[in-house]
Ligand binder design. Structure first.
Ligand code: SF4
Length: 207
């Protein structure tokens, strides 16, 4: 087990939503000398079985990299969140409220536990809206008095993918919400159709 000297200044509360995205934030924050405690929180994962898969992959990642992981008591409220969107369902726009729904409880939990800093593994994903995450996190920091520790983990994207495969972690196929699942299904169907058409065109050209 790795020993980390803990001081109040180097303790950071890291929000995570799955195992794979937690890896690079933990690895690189530790390299900087931070003592990381992770907090699994995403009430917006659909459906419930998927929530379980991601929670378990977060648990496995924490065991493999040996970092403390805490879970939120209550979790799934995707239907409530969709109602609260009031029709703002466009990807990007809806994500802002989704980030806030996660980061405000994260900062409050960090405060309750005596952390001076919080950050999030959302900053690792190339598919998230990085600037919007920062804006929401800064706002939440102002509201709660807990500082937001900004880091750009995106340059470690492939390093994280490789490590997640090496560790045998479950890798999700959509962001989280019901809408993102539907969008991912449509994209997969479009890619399959494109592949089919290309194959037909190739066959026609050699016939
Ligand atoms: S796509 Fe992802 S970030 Fe955006 S609303 Fe859905 S779960 Fe939240």
């Amino acid at each position: 087990m790795t020993e980390y000297m803990e001081t109040k200044e180097n303790r950071v509360f890291l929000h995570i939503c799955c195992g794979p995205c937690s890896l690079m934030p933990v690895v690189h924050l530790r390299k900087e000398g931070f003592n990381v405690t992770a907090f699994f929180f995403n009430p917006n994962i659909h459906p419930e079985e998927e929530y379980g898969l991601r929670r378990d992959s977060a648990q496995l990642a924490a065991e493999k990299l040996d970092y403390p992981l805490v879970f939120a008591g209550d979790a799934l409220k995707p239907a409530q969140w969709i109602r609260e969107l009031n029709g703002v369902t466009q990807e990007g726009e809806r994500c802002v409220s989704c980030y806030r729904q996660r980061l405000l409880p994260v900062a409050l939990e960090a405060k309750r536990r005596g952390f001076d800093f919080f950050t999030t593994s959302l900053l690792y994903s190339r598919y998230q809206h990085h600037e919007a995450i920062c804006q929401v996190a800064e706002q939440v920091a102002r509201e709660t008095g807990v500082s937001f520790l900004y880091r750009d983990f995106r340059p470690y994207w492939y390093e994280g993918i490789n490590l997640s495969k090496e560790l045998g972690l479950y890798r999700q196929k959509w962001c989280g919400c019901l809408l993102s699942r539907k969008e991912a299904e449509i994209q997969r169907a479009e890619r399959a159709e494109l592949k089919r058409r290309k194959a037909l065109a190739r066959m026609a050209s050699v016939a």
